[in-house]
Ligand binder design. Structure first.
Ligand code: NAD
Length: 297
C-alpha cells in the first residue's frame, strides 16, 4: 500500500519505519529535513511535496503534536483533503482534543474521504518495536480498513466507537495512569518513612491489593523494577510534559460533559508544579521527587 506519513518525531519515526519494514511504500513528510532524512535511512522515501504525495497515497497516517496541527494538515488551505484521491483513508494517531478529531473526521467525510482517530499508548520504545496499543474511533468499515495499516505498528488494536472515541479512551486511560502513578509515589514515600525499604514494600504490595501497572512495570522508587526511569534519574520514557498535556485534555473534556474528576484535576495541578519548576522534561514517574519534597533536578 502507498502510505503518506506526516510527522516523523519521537513517535512517528519508529512507526513509519515499521510500515516500511512491513513492505508498504512509505512517503515520509515532516517540517524538519533531518527527520525526513532519518526516515529515508529507515526504509521510507521522501515525499515529493505534500500535494503530490497526497494525490498518490492510498492512506495517510499522521503523528503530530496537537489539534491545530492536525486540522491544518488535513483541512487547511493546501491541506491533504484538497489533494488526496476520493476514498483515501486518513488515520490520525496524534493525541488531540476530541473536538478537533470530530471536526477533521466530519470535514474529511464531507469531501469523500475515510477518517479514523487512532491515538496510541506505549511510548517511543513500543513505537520502535511495533508493539503500540491503538484506540480507534470511526465507523466499523473504516476501522477494518485502518487495521491493515495499524497491524504493522501495533500489537493491540481496539475499536472504541465513532470518530473521537479513540481520543476519549486515550485521555481517560492516561488520567487513570497519572492518578495511579501519584498514588504509588505516595505509598513508596510513606513506606520509606515508616522504615520499609522499597524492595520490601514492593514484594508485599505487588502481591497484595495495592498492585498496579505503575508499581509493577514502572516503579517510581528506584530499585524494584530495573528498567524503570526511576533507575536513571527519571530520564524519560514518557515525559511529565506529555502527561500534563493529556491531563489538560482530560480536564477540558470533563468540563464540557460536567464529569467530576477530582483526582484527575489534582494530578494536573501536581504536574503543573513540575512544569513551573522546570522539571517537566523528567519522566512522569519523576513526580516522586515532588512527593519527596525534592523538586530540583
Ligand atoms: P514530536 O514533537 O517528537 O514529533 C512531532 C513531529 O511533527 C515533529 O517532527 C514536527 O516537526 C512534526 N510536525 C509538526 N507540525 C507539522 C506539520 N504541519 N507538517 C509536518 N510535520 C509537522 O512529538 P511525539 O513525541 O512524536 O508525539 C507525537 C504525538 O504522539 C503527540 O500528539 C503526542 O501527544 C503523542 N504521543 C506521544 C508519546 C511519547 O511518548 N512521545 C506517547 C503517546 C502519544
Amino acid at each position: 500500500m502507498k502510505i503518506l506519513f506526516i510527522g516523523l518525531g519521537h513517535m512517528g519515526s519508529g512507526m513509519a519505519a515499521n510500515l516500511a519494514k512491513a513492505g508498504h511504500d512509505v512517503m515520509a513528510h515532516d517540517l524538519s529535513d533531518a527527520a525526513v532524512k532519518r526516515a529515508v535511512e529507515a526504509g521510507c522515501r521522501a515525499a515529493d511535496g505534500l500535494a503530490g504525495a497526497a494525490a498518490e497515497a492510498d492512506a495517510v497516517v499522521s503523528m503530530l503534536p496537537a489539534g491545530k496541527h492536525v486540522r491544518d494538515v488535513y483541512l487547511g488551505e493546501a491541506g491533504i483533503a484538497t489533494r488526496a484521491r476520493e476514498g483515501t483513508l486518513f488515520i490520525d494517531c496524534s493525541t488531540i482534543d476530541g473536538e478537533s478529531a470530530i471536526a477533521v473526521g466530519e470535514g474529511a467525510k464531507a469531501r469523500g474521504f475515510a477518517f479514523v482517530d487512532a491515538p496510541v499508548s506505549g511510548g517511543t520504545a513500543a513505537a520502535e518495536a511495533g508493539t503500540l496499543t491503538f484506540m480507534v474511533g470511526g465507523s466499523t468499515e473504516d476501522f477494518e480498513r485502518a487495521r491493515e495499516v495499524l497491524n504493522a505498528m501495533g500489537k493491540n488494536i481496539f475499536h472504541a466507537g465513532d470518530v473521537g472515541a479513540g481520543q476519549a479512551a486515550k485521555i481517560c486511560n492516561n488520567m487513570l495512569l497519572a492518578i495511579s502513578m501519584i498514588g504509588t509515589c505516595e505509598a513508596f514515600n510513606l513506606a520509606e518513612k515508616l522504615g520499609l525499604d522499597a524492595q520490601t514494600f514492593f514484594d508485599i504490595s505487588s502481591k497484595a491489593s495495592g498492585q498496579c501497572w505503575s508499581m509493577t512495570s514502572y516503579c517510581p522508587a528506584p530499585g524494584p523494577v530495573p528498567a524503570a526511569p526511576s533507575n536513571r534519574d527519571y530520564q524519560p520514557g514518557f515525559a511529565a510534559a506529555m502527561m500534563l498535556k493529556d491531563l489538560r485534555l482530560a480536564h477540558n473534556a470533563a468540563e464540557k460533559v460536567r464529569a467530576a474528576t477530582p483526582l484527575g484535576t489534582l494530578s494536573e495541578s501536581l504536574y503543573t508544579m513540575m512544569e513551573a519548576a522546570g522539571t517537566d522534561d523528567l519522566d512522569f514517574s519523576g513526580v516522586m521527587k515532588l512527593i519527596r519534597g525534592d523538586l530540583q533536578k
